[in-house]
Design a protein around this ligand. Structure first.
Ligand SMILES: *Cc1c(COP(=O)(O)O)cnc(C)c1O
Length: 297
């Protein structure tokens, strides 16, 4: 909002985090700001969508649910050529596994609610950028509209940060093992994760990401939604809940979005299930997934 006014235009990757999508498609249009959502697989799609009124390019790499990446440096080059601001959501990789500021992005946002706090007990966010950019935010809309963390939540966040590297590394290694199991399972149609074997953009994973985190999606071979529900209910070591990136493993089936009033129609398959790997023993999680997958007809 600091960089936009009525009449301006934004180009964003399609399928960003649900509430970012709501901001672009519902809230900002009320104030005369339009957004074009583009397929981020090709950086040129950002350039093709530019208008004389375009002010800002928005990235989320990898994005939510399907973990598609944008070529960050290539999008930054387009922004620099046209003197546009770039903003990126880096929540999935976090600051340890990907550094968009070093690739030239102007403002990088993280949901600190996820790995940084890491214990499902704090809601917080971080925005990073060069000093002049941050001063500009602080001196303007931030004072009126910015979130303000409570001292207790800030303290919880500091505690979480102290163990961030070991938690991330453990979860990253567990996830590699679990994804390997799932990719070979006959009841799993597809695994969506930048480090999965079948991932569509391995060259961007190689170029941009240092390591993978514990959030991914699977498409299960189920005949109908009740079968997906039975699979989710059969899991003993995964809680059914929103959010991700904490100590406990979670699942979130896309079919729940179909029945929800607060989400917009999801552009996701009904048999997709999002999984967040926590700090449990990966062998226990694999055994649990195995018994629940075996219940699929
Ligand atoms: C959860 C999430 C957010 C929002 O974070 P909160 O801290 O819950 O407000 C933003 N972006 C992505 C990609 C997320 O998954």
């Amino acid at each position: 909002m600091v960089h936009l006014k009525a009449g301006d235009h934004v180009v964003s990757v399609r399928k960003p985090y649900s509430w970012t999508n709501k901001l672009f498609t519902v809230f900002l249009p009320r104030f005369g700001i339009e957004t074009t959502l583009v397929d981020g697989h090709e950086a040129q799609n950002y350039e093709k969508a530019l208008r004389p009124s375009t002010k800002l390019l928005y990235l989320e790499s990898p994005n939510s649910w399907t973990f598609e990446q944008q070529d960050i440096a290539a999008v930054v080059a387009i922004a620099q050529k046209h003197e546009l601001v770039t903003v990126m959501d880096n929540s999935w990789a976090g600051p340890l596994y990907q550094n968009p500021l070093e690739m030239g992005v102007d403002l990088v946002a993280h949901s600190a609610t996820k790995y940084m706090a890491g214990h499902s007990d704090t809601i917080a966010g971080v925005v990073c950028g060069r000093q002049a950019m941050i001063r500009k935010l602080f001196a303007s809309e931030y004072m009126t509209l910015g979130g303000v963390i409570s001292p207790f939540n800030a303290w919880l966040l500091l505690r979480g940060l102290r163990t961030l590297p070991v938690r991330m590394d453990y979860i990253s290694r567990s996830t590699t093992k679990i994804i390997d199991f799932l990719e070979h399972h006959p009841k799993v149609e597809r695994v969506y994760h930048p480090f999965a074997r079948g991932y569509a953009q391995p060259e961007l994973t190689q170029k941009q990401l240092r390591q993978g985190t514990g959030l991914f999606s699977i498409v299960v071979k189920a005949p109908d939604i009740p079968a997906v529900e039975r699979f989710c209910d059969a899991l003993q070591r995964f809680l059914l809940a929103v959010s991700w990136g904490a100590y406990e493993s979670l699942i979130f089936p896309a079919c729940t979005l179909y029945a929800s009033e607060i989400y917009q129609s999801p552009d996701l398959p009904w048999n997709m299930v999002r999984v967040s790997i926590g700090l449990e023993d990966p062998d226990l999680l694999i055994a649990d997934l195995e018994q629940a997958l075996c219940q699929l007809p």
